[in-house]
Structures are given as C-alpha cells and as structure tokens.
Write a protein that binds this ligand. Sequence first.
Ligand SMILES: *Cc1c(COP(=O)(O)O)cnc(C)c1O
Length: 430
Amino acid sequence: MSEFLNKTSVETKCVQAGYTPQNGEPRELPIYQSTTFKYDSSDDMGALFDLEAEGYFYTRLQNPTNDAVASKICALEGGVAAMLTSSGQAANFYAVFNICEAGDHFIASSSIYGGTYNLFGVTMKKMGIECTFVDQTLPAEELEKYFKPNTKAVFGETITNPTVTVFDFEKFAGLAHAHGVPLIVDNTFATPVNCRPFEWGADIVTHSTTKYMDGHAVGVGGAIVDSGNFDWDAYGEKFHGLTTPDESYHGLTYTKKFGKGAYITKANVQLMRDFGAIQSPQNAFYLNVGLESLAVRMRQHCENAQKVAEYLSQHEKVAWVHYCGLEQDPYHELAKKYLPKGSCGVLSFGVKGGRDSAIRFMDHLKLAAIVTHVADAKTCLLHPASHTHRQLTDEQLMEAGVSPDLIRFSVGLEAAEDIIEDLRQALEQI
Ligand SMILES: *Cc1c(COP(=O)(O)O)cnc(C)c1O
C-alpha cells in the first residue's frame, strides 16, 4: 500500500486499499479463477514449497484475489498480516487452533455467537482443548481466577451476536497480557469502521465477512488479522508451535523466519494447507465489492437502528430493548468509549406475552423477513431460542444471555420510517 493510502481514513481504505492497478491494468480487482500457477523450472517450484521464495502455487494456500482482499481488511484493522477463510467459523477455529493444541486451555466470554460457543465448548473439546466460558461483566479480580498454567488465549466479541453486549477491551487485554497470552477478538458486528480492536489492546482480530463486510448476503466468508504486537518469543514455551521448528517444513521456525508475519504465515501454510477452509476467489471478489461501501453502509445501519431502537423502547407492547445506542442501555457507557461512531444495525428486544406473542408478531411482518442471517442490506429478524440456538439447553441459553423471548432484529438500509411502520402494524397484531 502506498504511503499516501496508508495514512488515509477508513472510508478511503474501504474503497481503495488492497489493490492498486499498475499502468494499463484492470481498474477492478481481477478474479484469479485458477487453482494453480505455472513456473518455469522445478527449482522455482521447489523454493515455494520450502517457503524460501514468495509466490503462488496452489489456491488452497494463496490466491492473488484473496490476498488483495485480505490486505484491504488488514489495512482497515491496522494490522500487519491477514488471511481470508471460507467462513467466520473457520476464522475463529484457526485463530485459536493456531496457538492451542490438545492439553491446552483458553478463556472465552460466554456472550458470543452460538456457533462459536459450540465450536469452543463441544467440538474443540473433542480435540482435547478446553474452553472456560466466563461472564464478561465480572470484575478483573474475579476473572483472574480462571487462568491456568496451560491457558493460551482469551477470546471475546466486540459486539455480541445476538445479545448486543459490548466487550470491555481494556479489562480483558490487561488480564490476557498479565498472563502472557494474546487477546483474540471477533469484530464482526462493529467492523473496523466502528471499532479497531488493536487500538484497545487486542492482538488478533477475526471476522465473519458474511455479515456487514459482504453486506448483501451473497457470500459466506471469514478473515483473520494479526496486529503483530504479541511477542510470541517472549513466551516461547507456551507458543512452541510458532517458536520451535515445524517438522512439516524441514524444521523451519515461524517467528525466526517471518517475524511479525509468523502467526498468519503459520495459519496459512500449516492450518490452511491441512484443513483447506479457503475462500473462493469469486467470493473474495464479491466481498471486495461489499467492502467498498462498508463505511457508508455502517453509518446508515447505525442511524436506522437508533431510530428503530428508540421507537421500540417507547412501545407499550415491547417488554425490553437492548441497543447500546440507547442511553438507558447497560452497555451505553462501554459503547461511548469503544464505539463512539456507532455500534451496528443489530438490536434485540422482547415483546410482552413471551414466546407466543413473539411468534405471532414475527409472522405478521411484511418488510422484515425471518431469515437465518443478520447484518445485511435487508431488514431481517430471527428468534434464537427457536432458530440458531435451538441446540442449547435453557440453562445454556441463559448463560449465553439469550432469553427465550429474545428477538434479534437486524436493521437494514431501507428508509427507517418504513421499517418502523412495519413494526407498528405487526405489533398491533399481538
Ligand atoms: C455469523 C458469525 C460467525 C460465524 O460466521 P460464518 O461466516 O457464518 O461462519 C462468527 N462470529 C460472529 C460474531 C457472527 O456473527
């Protein structure tokens, strides 16, 4: 990226970072629809496999379209290296598994996306990695007690899907660093337009690009960005996967060979090589189109959501509303600190009369659609207890902060007045 572009605002980077055509090259990012890349000699190819030379050889490991989009996201977050994955799930899995192995432990806020909760609590447990879920509102002295000698990371979400709580970065970064482990933050809902976790002490950022980054519900994808700030060598024993020789690359040591690029390089050449959750270049192209308008869209999502939240909070049939933009919201203070430009377009609320009223209300909406999605241009909603979180017990639901009447409402880019009119007529039916 040119020095000029490097210093520009997030709005400009959304449009221009990642791909800079040279004289006579295509203005738009080309889709390198090729699984493989040609070399003139056997030695040229060999050097790539030894990680001695940089270049493309197989799209499972790297592709120029994907790299351009990853470097745009890297620039937006202010990181040193980034990679795309096939989904947000793959991003969160790689982000943790890159530094944890059987016998290790990590800590995650219990207020996280249901899919991540399952991944950490059930699937990774089968791999011998233990996750302790913690109540993120506990004071640091209480949270301290969950760290163990084999703890390797702390994980949280900037704004939780679906409970829309706000993560206290400074509290968790302080704790993680005091224990010599990195803080990994899923920044999906805020996007780097509204929050850059690295500025608050996070070390690794993940994204489900499926949401606002794509913005139009066209492609599932994920991303991982490294701040380059965590000193793996300072805790070399703990992070031996990065700081000692990798047998699968003839004894190469990532931190020695790649410096600040060690974490992403390992995730790419080892985890991506072995698990293969790559994003297709075609989807990366769509993602790039979405990113170009991200800053403009986030502004509008937030403005609309604020109006909708205010409307709902004054409605007699609405039991409660969670939106950190509301002054009375318990997370308003944290939002003012960490999300001064706005949070996101997602809010949650409950209607009076519980589960039955919620279903009746949802079935009468005309503009807002019931879909298993969130954070795109079209207003949509979901009832986690009967949809995304249905595999969780009531106890687990409450632990994840999801009450049975909770409706997750994703405010789109339609006119706020029309969204509110839709809500008004559907609420009349209960
Ligand atoms: C959707 C989501 C995920 C999972 O991402 P996919 O792209 O659906 O795999 C992870 N974290 C958050 C916060 C999400 O909203």
